[in-house]
Write a protein that binds this ligand. Structure first.
Ligand SMILES: [Zn+2]
Length: 107
């Protein structure tokens, strides 16, 4: 099981979610548009193939998080200002998104 991030901060004015991992050893700043595009719910991603159904171009560039809730100890539920709120981001999934962003930024 993936351990939860050490810290999560929604930076609304900058439009990004800051996640701190592994006892503050690394930080990822994920733009909301990227995170919204990775929404794992059945309406945004095909449950079987994992292929993205949501067109990233349809996401408003100024989208914000309207609400964040912890789900048990394993996931974060994010509601967006576009009215979408069915995405449950597990720590495992969030970590994968952060690791991909980290890899892309050091290339
Ligand atoms: Zn979704």
């Amino acid at each position: 099981m993936t351990a939860p991030p050490s810290d999560i901060k929604a930076r609304q004015s900058e439009g990004l979610l800051e996640l701190v991992w592994d006892e503050n050893s690394w930080t990822t700043r994920l733009p909301y548009t990227n995170l919204r595009a990775e929404c794992p719910c059945a309406g945004c991603k095909d449950e079987w193939t994992g292929a993205r159904i949501l067109d990233p171009a349809s996401i408003a560039p100024d989208i914000k998080i309207s609400e964040m809730d912890l789900v048990g100890s394993y996931a974060l539920k994010i509601a967006w200002t576009d009215g979408h709120s069915s995405g449950l981001f597990t720590w495992e999934n969030l970590r994968k998104i952060c690791e991909a962003a980290k890899a892309a930024s050091t290339e």
